[in-house]
Design a protein around this ligand. Structure first.
Ligand code: ZN
Length: 150
């Protein structure tokens, strides 16, 4: 079973190609939050062709059915809408953190989640639904380290 299809079914929303594409893109944006413009750009970059007006309609539909949260900010330059994943869909933040500068990014990927669960279980370790933190050295810090060594 596809977890995203399940989620749509649970919320009573027909999983159309556009809705799945937009929701999947939301799973990849940092912190599961995005305004419409950057999401539109992320979709185009990943080869999803959807018009801006269709994206607005799709986001509103997802938000109406509780698949996305929606925050409105009335700034001086007009209203800005930020969409975000509900906490249930954010249940699996994989945090990648630089151990030096503490810069971090978040991944929300169902396939990655399943793969991690399977791999851990195979080695006798059952994971709970806790966030997982991966400690790394970011490129900038690694470069700094290399320069110090020489
Ligand atoms: Zn760093």
């Amino acid at each position: 079973m596809d977890p995203i299809q399940d989620l749509f079914k649970e919320k009573g929303l027909k999983p159309t190609v556009n809705r799945i594409a937009v929701f999947t893109a939301m799973l990849t944006v940092p912190d599961g939050r995005s305004a419409v413009e950057p999401l539109f750009q992320a979709l185009s970059r990943s080869g999803v062709h959807i018009s801006m007006s269709m994206l607005y309609v799709t986001l509103r539909k997802l938000s109406d059915h509780g698949l996305l949260g929606c925050e409105r900010d009335g700034g001086p330059s007009g209203e800005r809408v930020t969409y975000s994943l509900p906490s249930a869909a954010c249940g699996f933040p994989l945090r990648v953190v630089c151990r030096n500068c503490r810069k971090e990014s978040h991944l929300n990927d169902e396939r990655l989640k399943k793969a991690l669960y399977r791999a851990s279980e195979a080695s006798g370790l059952k994971l709970t639904d806790q966030p997982i933190t991966v400690s790394v050295s970011c490129e900038a810090c690694a470069e700094l380290g290399r320069r110090r060594r020489y």
